[in-house]
Each structure stands twice: as C-alpha cells, then as structure tokens.
Design a protein around this ligand. Sequence first.
Ligand code: AMP
Ligand code: ZN
Length: 478
Amino acid sequence: MMPLTLYDSLSRSLREFAPLDPALGVRVYSCGPTVYNYVHVGNLRAYVFTDTLARVLTWKGYDLNHVINITDVGHLTSDADAGDDKMEAAAKKAGQDIWAIARHYTDAFKQNLNDLNIRTPTHMPLATDHVDGMIEFAKAIEAKHCYRLETGLYFDVSTVPDYGRLARSADDIGESRIDPVEGKRHAQDFAIWRTSPPGENRQMEWDSPWGRGAPGWHLECSVMSQKYLGERFDIHTGGIDHREIHHPNEIAQNQAHCDCADSGANFWMHNNFLIERGGKMSKSSGEFLTLRALVDRGFHPLSYRMLCLQAHYRSELEFTWDNLVAAQVRLKRLVQNIEALRARSDEPSKGSAAAYRDQLDAAVSDDLNTAKALPVLDSLVADKKVAPADRIAALADFAAVLGLPLDRLTRADLRVRPASATIDAEAIEARLEERRAARAAKDFAASDAIRDELAAAGVEVMDGDPLGWDWRPALPAG
Ligand code: AMP
Ligand code: ZN
C-alpha cells in the first residue's frame, strides 16, 4: 500500500502519516456533538469525514483506538464563555429533565451514525462521567496557568507558548474577541470552571475547589483524550470552526498539563463546512436539516453519505436538494450496475482488477480524496475486460473504504417512501397491475392516466426497469 498523506492544520501542510507508537495502533480523537438537540446534516459531515479517516486507517492495516465524545455539559450558546448553557437552556425550554434530554439526543445521534454506516468508535465517553477527572486536571494546571474571578476559574493564555497558532490568525479568533467576560486578563482567556452564580438553579452542577458549578467546555476534550488515548496521541479531528477557539484552547490546556510546548496530537485535522444558503444549518434558526428530514422526503441516508464522498473533506460543500437528488441517482445507478453484474457472476475469469485497488489506494492516500476514488469505482464496475465475478470481488475494498455496503445494498433498499406520500407500496402494485391490463388492451389513455395519477402521489413509473417503480423524493418548493 502507498504511504498515507494527511493535511495537518497546525503545520498547515500535507505530511506523511506514521503512528507515534505502532504498538498502540493509531489513536484518534474526534470532538463529538453537544446533545441539546438533534445534530444537523452539517454536523454529520464531520462524522462521515472521521469515519472515512478511520476506515482508511483500518484498511491500511492499523489497529484503531477511536474516541468520539458526547458533550452533555458545559457548552455555552456563545463560544466566548457567555450566554446560556446549551443543555440547561434546552431543558428549561422543554420543561424536562436535563439528563433525559441528553440521553434522548445521544441515542438519536448514535442512530444517525448507524444509518450512515458510520462505524461505532472504540469509545464514546460522556463528559458528565468525567467531571472528577476535569477537576483533577484543573487542579494540576491552576497554580501556573489559571486565575480566579467571581464567575469561575479562567485560563490565562499568555502562560503557554504560541497560543492560538492553530487559528487562522492571532487577531481573528472568533467570538472570544466579541464577548469577553468581565475581569478577564486577555480577551482570549477562557473558563476552566464556571461557578454557578448565587441564586441560579442549575440541574447539572458539581462541587469543586472553585465552588459549585460546571466545567468549561474545552476541558472535557483534554481530559477524555488523555484518559483514553494518552497525553500524546496521533490524530485529533473536528469541524473547521473548532480550529478557531475550541482546539486552540484544548492545545493550551494540554501544554499547561504536560508543561511542554506539545499540542497533544501529532496531526490536527479539520473538515470544511456543509453550507446551506437558506440558513437551514443553524440550529437557532428553528427549522434545521436533520437526517430524518432527508429520509422523510424520500432520500436514503446513504445518498447523503454519497453527497459527502463526492467532495473532498477540506472543500466547502453546498447542500441543495438538487445536489442530493444527483447523489441519490448516482448511488442508485451504481447499485443497479452492481446488481446487473451479480446476475452474470458465473462468467469465467479473464483479467485482473488489481489495478483498481491501487488506484483506490492512490486516491485515499492523497489526504483521503474520496472524490477521486468514486470515478475509479465507476470504471471498475464498467470494465468489460474484467469478468463480473472479479469485478464484484474487487468491490470489497471500495465498500470498506467508502463505507458503502455495496455487497448487500439493493435498489429496493434505496426506495424510500416520502413521509408525505399518500399511497403505499401495495396500492402502487395494484395500480400497476391495472395499468398492465390497460396496456395489454391497448388502452393507452387509461395507462397514461394511471401513470399521471401515480406521479401525483409521488411515484415514478419506470417502464422497462426491473424494479418497475420508484418513489420520487418530495422536494420543498422554492
Ligand atoms: P457541535 O455539536 O457544535 O460541537 O458540532 C459537532 C461537530 O460538527 C463539530 O466537529 C463541528 O465542528 C461540526 N460542524 C458544525 N457545523 C458544521 C457544518 N455546517 N458542516 C460541517 N461540520 C460542522
Ligand atoms: Zn473537543
């Protein structure tokens, strides 16, 4: 296999990957979601990316120790230590128990991962299970790196070398500029512990040397990465927004704890955003795009995975319904072509498909370029010089790396009924039977009427196709 090259955001360069300690496999930490609401499809792009990374590493023979944490405490509505606690605010709004809310959205997140064929990571620790560890960590760095204000314990960013070098530029570190807490020494200083204000009623709070309260958001990732992966590990991932505040702060904490200049991770990797021009990727906008919303419209979750795979993870990707239709059509064609190959799998072997494996390797070894790997897959499926059975056998590598279950996915699986459909599969079959009778009787007016009627109900009739019909995804107007 080829050497794997990955883009490291900290050095801003492509570097050849090698595990720090081969005996420990490859240790990867991915910042997980804050479970105050459903994740949107933009968040899920971050986990399709980490899954691609994990799959490529596994395919190349490494043992993987992968952590995706669950943030169930501490994340404020503003990244600048201001605003409400996202979890507490959600619980208050719903008038519900905060622990039940966290559990509900954590389960929903895991279901989303499953639906997207994202493999379960080795560990999925909850922040609330690690508050003791966070207090210990904070105690260890307090004397040299922190100071107290009435509102809590704060990290002094001038006490570590080169603070913020991960961010795009030192004077552009997002929200910490905008909304500093009263009394901070530097605008970028951040909360390690937030002491509950007197009289405030929090559902989640813990005793600490700095009063009853809750940990600052960044602390959990330093603590959990260290606990599950060690003080120095291979790869840390997150969305590109984390490059500006959350990860610089994690790095500062790690440097304080090891009393060294090291960031903690050998590679820092960031996926670019999925953007939607109508604001549907913002949870504060009210209506935002969940995976469920896509399925309700008649899209298979793997069509969304296909959409992600078509772009390089470091490129911005625009979400439009048309793009999603195109990805779904591409996936259906691919599956249909594979089904046709399977029907011919007893033809004798004649050529080798090995070159396709090498091309796949070349594409993903080049900073996980799945967009380049997909056309290789198409060429393999279409290569008449290679016997169908050999082509099918060669699909296993593509399925493993791209996370598309090509060995078992069928066109029928991809036929997802939109929630708004007014007709069910049985009724469709009945109408199609009538249509066949009408056609046999050369009553084309009646046959066309049935086709139009089905179209109005969200069903596309495909004459000559072995599947016969398909749901039409219901696209929103405008
Ligand atoms: P959060 O729950 O806000 O911490 O987000 C979970 C993950 O999704 C983080 O890695 C974010 O960086 C990432 N993320 C947030 N919005 C988007 C987006 N529109 N596109 C891609 N990744 C995103
Ligand atoms: Zn994190």
